[in-house]
Design a binder for this molecule. Structure first.
Ligand SMILES: *[C@@H]1O[C@H](CO)[C@@H](O)[C@H](O)[C@H]1NC(C)=O
Ligand SMILES: *[C@@H]1O[C@H](CO)[C@@H](O)[C@H](O)[C@H]1NC(C)=O
Length: 354
């Protein structure tokens, strides 16, 4: 056997044969260092026992350094019980230089973050240091997980919580098929067993053409997810539906394309009508037309009385039929008796209705 190795083994053996005693060897005692204000009662410093008189010995007393102490003196024991900690005397008696351990109960820690500390019985018959206080520890509750980057969570719906030692399952948010493993395992070193899968790329087919309208987009054979198509209608046509559609992750457009609806010619010439709350002559309206969706209120004559009631029709994509009760006045009626036109006479009372 190698010589140095033999020596090491012997030293190790010696360590186990002669266990450490409570008594500190005087040779390695630190000099008196009074940083701890609580330690006011250091006894006389010394270098040898002879300086200390008959009952005292020159012993190392922690921060007091070598001091004349009475080795038989004891520190208070047992100590008053503490709610959050347990105190264990590490020596048979609580005499000078004995150690005790203060151990915080589970879930509690000392201000320095540790869960245990030792105190030494000093020459002044006090335990060293302040009385340790164990406080409830705020432990990070997050368990170890494997990373799930945003690209992955944006692409897949993930089943499972990605914690170490568990599996997750992927499904493509787009509803597309998965290329790769649809299951993955979070390993102890917080990495995934397999690379993340991918979703088959999805495209939207070109949407149908819009009559009397324009598609404001580059013409393509297919459109990628998120692509927007804007619509415009030709002059005098009204957009009915969305102005914009978006290619969704499942390959459909966010909405059906809109329609471009035509204006309607007002089917009256010699009567006033109500458009948008205003009673006007049709020839005063631009082109005598109303936009798609506009309501036009016509005046009809009461069958028996000299009064008028109204009937409303809505323009739909170029179609606006007058109500059946509406009679277009003749040119003579219009020219000779303009004040007797149905649209100009008194309105019927509510009770006049048939
Ligand atoms: C695509 O997704 C949209 C919105 O999530 C849904 O309304 C539509 O029905 C889906 N289309 C298909 C073909 O699955
Ligand atoms: C036309 O009338 C209908 C029914 O009263 C109403 O819902 C609609 O908002 C009106 N349209 C316009 C453009 O005022």
């Amino acid at each position: 056997m190698d010589c140095a190795l033999l020596l090491l083994s012997l030293l190790a053996l010696a360590g186990s044969v002669f266990p450490q005693t409570a008594r500190v060897t005087t040779g390695s005692c630190a000099p008196r260092l009074l940083v701890d204000e609580k330690r006011k009662s250091c006894t006389k410093t010394c270098t040898t026992d002879k300086e200390c008189g008959s009952r005292r010995q020159c012993l190392c007393d922690g921060q007091c350094g070598l001091s004349c102490v009475i080795p038989g003196r004891t520190c208070p024991w047992p100590l008053p019980p503490s709610e959050n900690s347990e105190v264990i005397l590490l020596h048979p008696t609580s005499t000078f230089d004995a150690l005790l351990e203060v151990r915080c109960k589970p879930g509690f820690t000392l201000p320095n973050g540790l869960d245990a500390t030792k105190r030494r019985c000093q020459g002044d018959r006090q335990w060293s240091g302040d009385v340790p206080v164990c406080k409830e520890s705020i432990q990070p509750t997050t368990s170890q997980t494997c990373p799930l980057p945003e690209e992955v969570t944006n692409t897949f719906s993930i089943q499972g919580n990605a914690t170490v030692g568990t599996s997750i399952r992927y499904s493509c948010l787009s509803g597309a098929d998965i290329v790769g493993s649809s299951e993955n395992f979070c390993q102890d070193n917080q990495t995934w067993q397999y690379p993340h899968p991918i979703c088959k790329e999805v495209f939207c087919q070109p949407p149908r053409e819009v009559e009397q309208g324009y598609v404001v987009a580059v013409q393509k054979t297919e459109y990628e997810v998120g692509f927007d198509i804007h619509y415009l209608c030709k002059r005098n046509f009204q957009l009915d539906g969305p102005q914009k559609v978006t290619c969704l992750p499942n390959g459909s457009w966010s909405a059906a394309p809109p329609h471009c609806r035509a204006r309607c010619l007002i089917p009256a010439e010699r009567s006033r009508v109500v458009i948008d709350g205003v009673k006007r002559w049709p020839f005063d309206v631009t082109d005598a037309m109303v936009p798609h969706g506009e309501n036009v209120t016509f005046y009809c004559k009461h069958p028996h009385k000299q009064c008028s009631f109204t009937a409303t029709k809505t323009c739909f994509d170029g179609e606006l039929q007058p109500p059946t009760c509406y009679l277009e006045p003749t040119w003579l009626q219009y020219k000779l008796f303009p004040h007797r036109l149905v649209s100009e006479i008194e309105a019927c009372e509510p009770g006049d209705e048939e």
